[in-house]
Design a protein around this ligand. Structure first.
Ligand code: 5GP
Ligand code: ZN
Length: 114
């Protein structure tokens, strides 16, 4: 999608601190980290949010979640764990309308969210 910031990161049109890339997925550090580990795992395909996932995207969703888990382990969260978050639409706190999984770790995180 032309004016989507995460599509631009996926195409290399704007820079990001990349962690991982394959033909379907990228992961990069969040620009405003909320924890010592805070990165985003996104599909290269422009899917606006979790509620716009289509049946043909289900295998991709599984790959995204598994990659988030794998990278969290590689970035030091294997022992103490991490939080895996998908904000969805306005009440969910989504600010970038391109599906992404937040991975936060490296400190204890409170619950419930505000
Ligand atoms: P949301 O609120 O949509 O769940 O999360 C969007 C996240 O994207 C925020 O944590 C924000 O800091 C991050 N973000 C927004 N723009 C950029 C950017 O240009 N580069 C990077 N690396 N992260 C961004
Ligand atoms: Zn996009």
């Amino acid at each position: 999608m032309a004016d989507c910031i995460f599509c631009k990161i996926a195409k290399g049109e704007i820079p990001a601190r990349m962690i991982y890339e394959d033909d379907e997925i990228i992961a990069f550090h969040d620009a405003a980290p909320q924890a010592p580990v805070h990165f985003l795992v996104i599909p290269k395909k422009h899917i606006p949010n979790l509620m716009s996932v289509e049946p043909g995207d289900i295998a991709l969703m599984g790959r995204l979640l598994n990659k988030a888990r794998e990278l969290a382990e590689q970035l030091g969260c294997a022992e103490k764990g991490a939080r895996f978050v998908i904000n969805c639409k306005s009440d969910g706190g989504q600010t970038v309308d391109h599906l992404h999984i937040h991975v936060l770790g490296g400190r204890p995180l409170g619950w419930p969210p505000g």
